[in-house]
Design a protein around this ligand. Structure first.
Ligand code: PEP
Length: 249
């Protein structure tokens, strides 16, 4: 059994005034069964404040990290700095980082390795373009990106999460069919087991791409979907918590 993880990615959204959403999430969580893990990944500027009000149940994560511990890398943040601020997870290889910052899979692998070194759980994102899906290349693309992006697991590593995020479904309101999601998640599970042996059976595989309160229950019921990585619908406590409730019911 893999414990479900409902993870929110605030992207470049959120000011201190948005902490009222966190207050509402923590409040609502206190009345709900502890049936799934819940995580928010705000902009790095908010990690400290969010972690200090998150309580025992809500976890806080970063949205990316450098592969080095420290040094002359203006504007970057190391995995150790995220830990210092209160993070326990970090997203690596999100398609927006791959596109906006030319982060290729070899670099994503080194970021995930840096996360594990620092004691963070990396959430490694993989996904195909719409044209690749139309050409029937989805499986080949996902497997190739995974093989290049997955880090070696050090002994004492705190685990790893993979998020399947079809690029064309992010922020668009479009989603693959449930059968298509199931096919890709089964493939991801197979690659995880090839790579990590039995440990690969325990790693959560999240679906990401326009997950909302209205479609969460159906998506979360697909085999090998162990949670969601949620962008837009994680910004409002009501929407995010409706998705969490779908996961525990
Ligand atoms: C994401 O940011 O990873 C994402 C899936 O965004 P959205 O839920 O808005 O599609």
């Amino acid at each position: 059994m893999v414990r479900t993880l409902i993870a929110g990615n605030w992207k470049m959204n959120g000011l201190n005034s948005s902490l009222k959403e966190v207050e509402a999430i923590v409040d609502r969580l206190s009345g709900l069964a502890d049936g799934a893990d819940i995580l928010l990944c705000p902009p790095a500027t908010m990690i400290g404040a969010m972690a200090s009000m998150a309580g025992d149940r809500l976890k806080v994560g970063g949205q990316c990290c450098h592969n080095k511990t420290s040094g002359a890398h203006t504007g970057d943040i190391s995995a150790e700095m995220l830990v210092d601020a209160g993070a326990t997870y970090v997203i690596v290889g999100h398609s927006e980082r791959r596109d906006d910052h030319a982060e290729r899979s070899a670099y994503v692998k080194s970021q995930a390795g840096a996360a594990l070194r620092a004691g963070l759980v990396p959430i490694v994102c993989v996904g195909e373009e719409y044209a690749q899906r139309k050409r029937g290349e989805t499986a080949e693309v996902i497997e190739r990106i995974m093989r290049k992006s997955l880090p070696e697991m050090p002994s004492g590593g705190h685990g790893l999460v993979v998020a399947y995020e079809p690029k064309w479904a992010i922020g668009t309101g479009e989603i693959p069919t449930m059968a298509e999601i199931g096919e890709v998640h089964a493939l991801i599970r197979k690659v995880l087991v090839d790579n990590y042996g039995m440990e690969g059976l325990k790693m959560p595989i999240l679906y990401g791409g326009s997950m909302k309160p209205g479609n969460a229950a159906e998506i979360l019921a697909v085999a090998d979907v162990n949670g969601g990585l949620i962008g837009g619908a994680s910004l409002k406590a009501d929407d995010f918590m409706s998705i969490y409730e779908a996961a525990i019911n």
